[in-house]
Design a protein around this ligand. Structure first.
Ligand SMILES: Cc1ncc(COP(=O)(O)O)c(C=O)c1O
Length: 483
């Protein structure tokens, strides 16, 4: 057996082994000098604190598994807890935790901490895939509330309040998306349920406490815990997140669940970046107001360009507040769909966070320079003058098909399955998810019946070259279904 596993040096293509394709791909991006309007929020290191910049100069030396602390000596848990206590104080939490596997880790830990097999959780259907992981790990059943759809922009916003409350019977807890990927927030106070845990995916809202011009933070009476991705918009490193708990009584359960899924080799560079990001926000929070004013001005200027539209959810009943730093721009009136608009922006050295059929989304953070905001304006203005065509025809496809759940996500995950051609999968129960990424909202969950709409939508996304995750077959021609 050992013999079989040994690498035969003769078979190795020696020249190829000198290559580092991933290292090269990353380097190439940096070399191109693209202006990134996407995560991470520190924008290629510009937005980190001086403290973290110094730390990073010695990154390899600081990649450690030991520390030296005046009281605890080598026990890194002591400085970690000190740093987490400062974080909790800044965010008004009873206890905060550093996470090294993103908000995904926090969400999955919350499901494990509060739900068990067959518990029912009230959830908006447009959750990120990490919450499906939480359902599979805990065995809980989702009670999906379908969100409202903004048909002009082709996005799921949030469930309306009546629908949410109507479905809130016989449930073990609620999972809230606040804000959604596009920075849209429902009136959370009205959606919190009494007497059960209310868990919040606030991945896109770690900056909310720092300006009154942003939506109100999620942490408030009635909320059990909230998870945020500071790497998306603050200045910590990709993959570093944090979780805030409101009441002492819940800390033990959450710590227990985190202990189960967290790596035993946490990356100190990630923890240090969280600590530095917190200190930076505590010292410099006033820069958000200034940035938001600039972005409102930019939004206003962009709306004056003939042919462009800027998303503003003011007329949507289910949305109470929104984050202006999530800038969504549409150019369909001049004949460009979201993907073409992204390609035109790329040609002009600008990369948005996301392109969807109708629009592109830019994330703007305090790390962006004024010149970069101006470059964004100029690029869009230039595109609008170059491409004046007729309005494009819109495909009328559902944003989120309504599907029948036959099994719970956990039952489906553990059931025997076989791959079938996607075209022939109608009527089968899915064991895999199909997830256009970003934004990471599954079209179908494990345990749901595959319909014609799911197949058509998947083929449509594939034809656009949109990355589809969740399927073993990356070309999305086959799907694993329950046997
Ligand atoms: C709404 C939402 N929740 C959770 C996550 C997971 O966050 P992370 O990438 O930090 O694990 C994402 C990631 O994009 C997200 O968009």
């Amino acid at each position: 057996m050992k013999q079989a596993l040994e690498v035969n040096a003769g078979d190795i293509m020696k020249d190829k082994q000198k290559d580092s394709p991933f290292v090269e791909a990353v380097r190439n991006y940096v070399k191109k000098g693209i202006i990134p309007f996407h995560t991470p929020g520190h924008i290629q290191g510009r937005g980190v604190s001086e403290e973290f910049r110094d730390f990073w100069q010695q990154a390899l030396a600081c990649d450690l598994a030991e520390v030296e602390h005046p009281e605890s000596g080598h026990d890194y848990e002591v400085p970690r807890k000190e740093a987490e206590a400062l974080l909790a104080e800044l965010y008004g939490a009873t206890r905060s935790f550093f996470l090294v596997n993103g908000t995904t880790e926090g969400i999955q830990a919350l499901f494990l901490a509060f739900f068990k097999d067959k518990d029912t959780v009230l959830m908006p259907r447009n959750v990120h895939r990490s919450a499906i992981g939480g359902l599979i790990l805990s065995g809980a059943k989702p009670n999906w509330v379908y969100p409202e759809i903004d048909r002009d922009w082709g996005i799921a916003t949030s469930p309306n309040e009546e629908a949410w409350l109507k479905q809130a019977t016989n449930i073990s807890g609620a999972f809230h998306l606040y804000p959604n990927y596009y920075g849209l927030c429902p009136d959370l106070d009205h959606y919190l349920l009494k007497g059960v845990p209310n868990l919040i995916d606030e991945a896109h809202g770690p900056h909310f406490p720092f300006s009154k011009k942003l939506p109100q933070r999620a942490l408030r009476p009635g909320v059990t815990a909230t998870v945020q991705s500071p790497h998306k918009i603050l200045s910590s490193l990709t993959q570093s997140s944090w979780l805030h708990v409101r009441e002492e009584k819940d800390v033990h359960n959450i710590a227990r669940a985190l202990g189960l899924i967290e790596s035993t080799s946490p990356n100190f560079l990630l923890w240090a970046s969280l600590d530095a990001a917190r200190a930076y926000e505590a010292a410099k929070a006033n820069r958000w107001d200034e940035l938001i004013d600039k972005v409102y001005k930019l939004r206003q200027d962009l709306t004056m360009i003939p042919g462009l539209e800027v998303y503003n959810p003011q007329d949507r009943k289910e949305i109470k507040q929104f984050d202006p730093l999530k800038l969504m721009v549409k150019a369909t009136k001049i004949g460009l769909d979201g993907f073409e608009l992204r390609d035109e922006l790329r040609k002009r050295g600008i990369m948005p966070e996301l392109a969807e059929p109708q629009f592109v989304l830019f994330i703007i953070t305090p790390a962006h320079k004024d010149e970069e905001l101006h470059a964004l304006y100029e690029a869009l203005e230039d595109i609008a003058t170059l491409k004046r065509k007729s309005n494009i025809k819109r495909r009328e496809l559902p944003v989120l098909p309504r599907l029948k759940a036959i099994l719970t996500p956990k039952e489906a995950f553990f059931s025997p399955a076989k791959p079938v051609k996607l075209k022939e999968a109608i009527g089968y129960i899915a064991r895999e998810m199909i997830i256009p990424y970003p934004p990471g909202i599954p079209l179908i969950m494990p345990g749901e019946e595959i319909t014609k709409e799911v197949v058509e939508l998947t083929q449509y996304y594939s034809s656009l070259g949109w990355p589809l995750r969740g399927l073993e077959d990356e070309r999305a021609e086959h799907i694993y279904v329950i046997e």
